[in-house]
Design a protein around this ligand. Sequence first.
Ligand SMILES: C[S@@+](CC[C@H](N)C(=O)[O-])C[C@H]1O[C@@H](n2cnc3c(N)ncnc32)[C@H](O)[C@@H]1O
Length: 238
Amino acid sequence: MTAQYGAEVASVYDSLIAPAMPLDEEIARLRPHLEGNRVLEVGVGTGRVATAAAPIAESLVGVDNSAPMLDAFRAKGVPANVELLEADFLRPLPFGAEFATAYSTMGSLACVRTRDELVTALSNIRAVLRPGGVLLFEYYSTAAYRPLVEAGTITVPTPHHGGTSTFTTTLDAASVLTMHTRVDAEPAPPVAFSEHILFIERDEVEACLEKAGFGAAQFYPAEGMQPYDWYHVRSEEW
Ligand SMILES: C[S@@+](CC[C@H](N)C(=O)[O-])C[C@H]1O[C@@H](n2cnc3c(N)ncnc32)[C@H](O)[C@@H]1O
């Protein structure tokens, strides 16, 4: 599958998108599962989370299928115990069952077109977890995003930056949510990009987890203005 995240997104990710996300809360949630462990981040992007997670982990592998996002991470400097791999999580990952923890933030695993693709992605992650290993991930909160779908197009001030961001959100009959983002921050030219994600309810995410061989999920709904729910799951014994 062609990578969704191209050069346009990578060019503004760290300046416009990353600062709006609560890194301290994400690290606090992940910390007990990072400490001293060999860890996999799925959809590592520009290393927003991996850079803070790596000093806590024994080692960290970051997988992403977007060369521009990985290039942006490399340009900032990759911690010594981090290995980056350009790979698609819809294909088997080239590792043994070696990770104690896998995590995925900001809805990276929702970058799929169907429920079957989500099961495939989850199965590929489970295959590289040690027996009893854990997967923690953020998935799009339907409660947070439904109002955006109903609004159609909204323009808001870009947090921590100035200028405005305009979001146009649509949802099709196959539960694929498309969000077109246009960032205007004069005098820079506008930057525009689209994301497509599988927009499904908690029970459907949990059904995909079960099909992929994970045990019951602990579920932490998005709080306040947060756009993602958290799922914590353990791989069943093989
Ligand atoms: C919203 S960004 C999140 C980046 C990072 N995890 C963070 O929290 O800042 C989603 C990331 O998932 C990656 N991604 C999407 N589909 C993917 C796939 N099929 N295989 C690997 N990575 C993928 C994108 O390239 C992008 O870097």
